[in-house]
Design a protein around this ligand. Structure first.
Ligand SMILES: [Zn+2]
Ligand SMILES: [Zn+2]
Length: 307
């Protein structure tokens, strides 16, 4: 995507661009719908209960970003199907990671609670297991990875003004986490090992008051715990299993940004899989047959996205 001159909202790191584009509560839900075969404006609108202007803006942004392309199926009046481009199709891993996180953490009332993921080669309803496609390790977590955030990504984060953030609640889902401006900001820093208040503040350059408020919300949403060791002047914040699991979502978005939004393969966030020493290549494996999942060999089943 072209950088807009003089626009403080422009995102120059690939991950900054990806989060600006995908980090709201609608965009990836729209991509999911197109992925499972809903191609027309009215179909998506009806299912998501989204207003026409909001849906139009999101669809146009996705076309501008070359994630969707239009295909005219009627000339008078002109009407279009929305199709995923190659770049858009490759978001499938992000969709799998988000779906898996929601199944585990968003609660039984979540709109996708009754959906399933089928692995077609083995014909099982499966649970994806996250791993490193470079060395084939499965069950990889944030603790197996060394992260490094570069200055450009931090600059992008600090420029990023909030779209209206959904409130962080205990049953927040993956689009809600992505839609909260501070979530990816704080989680990315925490994934790289930060857990002290002063270090977050120094790394991220945000005010102590704002930081304290956000950390409190993270604790309430079950994404962090707060420990108060006697020796420390400020409490320490640790990611919960729920937040650590979100690493899969962050990592798949990062992998997509490296591949599709960057010319040199750098996104602003480098994740080294420590056991193999290589940049982590996000991969999901089938828990039934142990084969890596491929886009054309999976199917989401059941009622997706209903409210
Ligand atoms: Zn590896
Ligand atoms: Zn399988």
């Amino acid at each position: 995507m072209a950088e807009k001159n003089g626009d403080p909202e422009s995102h120059r790191s690939a991950l900054g661009q990806a989060l600006a584009l995908l980090g709201d509560m609608w965009t990836l839900r729209i991509v999911m719908w197109v992925f499972i075969g809903k191609r027309r404006f009215q179909d998506v609108r009806k299912t998501l209960s989204i207003s026409d202007p909001v849906l139009s803006r999101r669809l146009n942004a996705l076309v501008d970003a070359e994630i969707l392309q239009t295909h005219r199926y009627q000339t008078n009046p002109p009407r279009y199907d929305y199709l995923l481009t190659d770049r858009g199709l490759e978001l499938w891993q992000v969709l799998v990671a988000m779906w898996a996180w929601d199944r585990r953490w968003a609660g039984r009332h979540h709109r996708d609670a009754r959906t399933q993921l089928r692995h077609l080669p083995c014909d099982n309803v499966v649970r994806p297991v996250f791993g490193c496609g470079c060395c084939g390790a499965i069950g990889v977590t944030a603790r197996d990875v060394r992260g490094k955030v570069d200055d450009q990504l931090l600059a992008d984060f600090s420029y990023r003004r909030g779209r209206r953030s959904p409130s962080l609640t205990a049953d927040i889902d993956a689009t809600g986490v992505l839609g909260d401006r501070w979530s990816t900001f704080l989680l990315s820093d925490a994934f790289t090992g930060t857990h002290r208040f002063n270090d977050f503040q120094a790394n991220l350059g945000i005010s102590p008051v704002t930081l304290a408020q956000r950390l409190n919300l993270f604790v309430e949403a079950g994404l962090m715990t707060r420990d108060e060791p006697a020796s420390a002047r400020r409490p320490e914040y640790r990611l919960t299993p729920k937040a650590l699991d979100f690493f899969d979502v962050t990592t798949t978005i990062n992998g997509w940004a490296q591949r599709w939004l960057s010319e040199d393969g750098h996104s602003g966030l480098s994740l080294t899989h420590v056991p193999c020493g290589q940049e982590l290549v996000p991969q999901h494996t089938c828990n039934a047959c142990n084969q890596p999942l491929r886009r054309t060999e999976i199917r989401f089943e059941g009622k997706i996205g209903s409210l």
